[in-house]
Design a protein around this ligand. Structure first.
Ligand code: SF4
Length: 324
């Protein structure tokens, strides 16, 4: 099936006093109908910036975001409004995502009323009640008139999901790169999101720093691993997690500390060299990863930047492992 949402050669450059920071440097990604694509990497790798561009919350410096094949930058007002409804962004920081002076009813019904998806207050209340039940906030009547401070972090998160669902989205972009929820709450929220995915057939672009979470949520989808603004490995989740090939992905898999037997089985532990992460305003020549790479020292690593190329079942950006 053709992708519902695509990033094509997108760049995002932030000017700073010390020079331009290429936060995202040429990323190509496709989200297909009903598919889960996980973007994984350390903070500052560009995954959140990529997600914000995919949601239309930031314009790329160059490159394109396509929704159903149409360039978002060229959309007229009506098309853009349709796109903004169809692609919903959920920031998984429960403290930042809700307006503190609005009740749950007011938060979840705002979009319904703005887009005239409900006729009157009765219909809006019914719709909000159904949405709260969908995200397992039951009995819904107990939540309608609550304010964010009267709920737990996990409950606030569910309200944010209900608000996104109210728009009948085709794609949900869930950014948990700064996840402040504890593990059991995260797992229960992931289960709810997974169920919604099955019930509604909605696609997900899921952002996380945690490979174990990516594996859990995108087990039948794809993982794209980002490093310093570029995708370095991209393939089906089981292959990437059980047989990581890029030295950076191998280090990430090694670093997963949860006692996950599948992950623990994975080869030898790969440790990053302790060199600092390079300064984005002054990237080294060659492979961006070479100052930290345990495999480095192989000829062109510090002179030629490895392109992202297909190698067997996935895409890889590395001079060495693509030859294996
Ligand atoms: Fe490491 Fe060289 Fe591959 Fe870069 S290209 S990841 S430095 S082996």
């Amino acid at each position: 099936a053709p992708p519902v949402l695509s990033l094509q050669g997108v760049h995002q450059v932030f000017p700073t006093r010390r020079g331009d920071v290429p936060a995202v440097a040429g990323v190509d990604l496709d989200v297909r109908p009903g598919q889960v694509l996980c973007l994984v990497g350390e903070s500052g790798c560009g995954k959140t910036t990529s997600a914000r561009m995919a949601a239309g919350l930031a314009d790329p410096t160059s490159g394109s975001v396509l929704f159903r094949g149409q360039d978002v930058a060229a959309m007229d007002k009506r098309e853009r409004s349709r796109f903004r409804r169809a692609v919903q962004y959920i920031h998984q920081d429960p403290y930042a995502s809700l307006n503190p002076v609005r009740t749950v009813y007011s938060t979840v019904s705002a979009g319904l009323r703005r887009h005239r998806m409900v006729k009157d207050r009765n219909e809006a209340r019914r719709a909000v009640t159904e949405l709260l039940e969908r995200v397992d906030l039951t009995p819904a009547e107990d939540y309608l008139d609550k304010y964010p401070h009267q709920m737990s972090g996990g409950q606030r998160q569910r309200v944010a999901v209900a608000r996104a669902l109210a728009m009948n989205p085709e794609v949900i972009i869930a950014d948990e790169s700064t996840s402040m929820l504890d593990v059991s709450i995260r797992v229960s929220l992931l289960n709810t999101l997974g169920r919604l995915r099955d019930e509604l057939g909605v696609s997900f672009l899921f952002i996380t720093h945690d490979l174990a979470v990516a594996k859990y949520f995108a087990w039948d989808g794809e993982i794209a691993v980002m490093y310093l603004g570029k995708v370095v490995e991209h393939g089906p989740t089981p292959q990437v997690v059980n047989d990581p090939r890029h030295p950076y992905t191998r280090a990430l898999v090694s670093a997963v500390c949860e006692p996950d037997p599948d992950l623990a089985r994975t080869k030898e532990r790969v440790r990053l060299r302790s060199a600092d992460i390079p300064d984005l305003t002054d990237l080294p020549p060659g492979c961006d990863f070479h100052p930290r790479c345990p495999l480095y020292a192989q000829g062109s690593c510090d002179t030629v930047r490895p392109p992202l190329v297909r190698s067997h079942d996935r895409l890889l950006a590395c001079h060495v492992v693509t030859r294996e």
